[in-house]
Design a protein around this ligand. Structure first.
Ligand code: FMN
Length: 225
């Protein structure tokens, strides 16, 4: 697939077929994705790929904790709530997604049900969890890991796979640690749901908006036409 096509084609896939993803395919995707750049080439990432019964156990325990009223919390602490234009963009995403899913704004039960699918990594057959040693500065590690995860998502397209980068799947870090053995000294940054997309799923019809170049790009030192 041509690179620019892949970049335009990638979307967050939030509905998957049950078919498992063969280990050799995941391995090929990761092998090439490990060419991603990192500051000083420190390659901060530690990658844990989970499928089958262990993944089912994580999802079940996440559900039980949510149903029991336990508050989720990221390994790296709470993110500040968005404000201003960022809050607007977040809201737009929510309106569009819930619209496609046919969930009304005031339907708290259905909204909650949908929120819970994120804690099951959208029922994907596999997840890729990316962690980094606690000694590493999160600012640098996060940008390195950002490059890696986008690369994984793009390479996955070559195999007909869909992905959804998400924080929800690892918001009960103790559960993930217990099942996978990720040590406490590694901080979990992000998770990628991966599998064969169910293109009939309404959530997969979402093409999320982007700001125009005019809004986000400044040109310095170029001749005005
Ligand atoms: C760091 C990061 C965390 C994300 N966490 C979630 C998440 O927890 N749940 C979710 O549904 N999507 C999550 N996403 C997906 C974003 O919502 C999505 O990338 C954004 O809306 C743009 O849509 P697109 O990926 O379809 O282009 C996350 C994406 C990133 C990059």
């Amino acid at each position: 697939m041509e690179l620019k096509d892949a970049i335009r084609k990638r979307i967050s896939v939030r509905g998957y077929k049950k078919d498992p993803v063969p280990e050799n395919i995941l391995s090929e995707i990761l092998e090439v994705s490990l060419r991603s750049p990192s500051a000083m080439n420190v390659q901060p990432w530690e990658i844990t790929v989970v499928t089958g019964k262990p993944l089912a156990q994580i999802c079940q325990e996440n559900m039980a904790l949510l149903q029991g009223g336990k508050m989720p919390g990221a390994d790296l602490g709470h993110a500040k709530p968005y404000e201003g234009v960022h809050k607007d963009r977040q809201r737009t995403l929510g309106f569009e997604l819930y619209g496609l899913l046919g969930i009304a704004r005031d339907n708290k039960e259905k909204r909650n049900e949908w929120m819970m699918t994120g804690f099951r990594s959208f029922d994907a057959p596999a997840v890729i969890i990316v962690s980094a040693d606690e000694s590493l500065e999160a600012r640098l590690a996060a940008s390195d890991i950002g490059g890696l995860i986008q690369t994984i998502c793009l390479v996955a397209l070559e195999y007909g796979l869909g992905t959804c980068i998400n924080g929800q799947g690892i918001l009960f870090p103790d559960v993930v640690r217990k099942v996978t053995g990720i040590p406490i000294s590694q901080k979990m940054y992000i998770c990628i749901a991966i599998g064969y997309p169910d293109w009939d799923h309404p959530a997969n019809k979402l093409i999320s908006a982007r700001e125009s170049m005019k809004t986000v790009v400044s040109w310095v030192g170029f001749e005005k036409n």
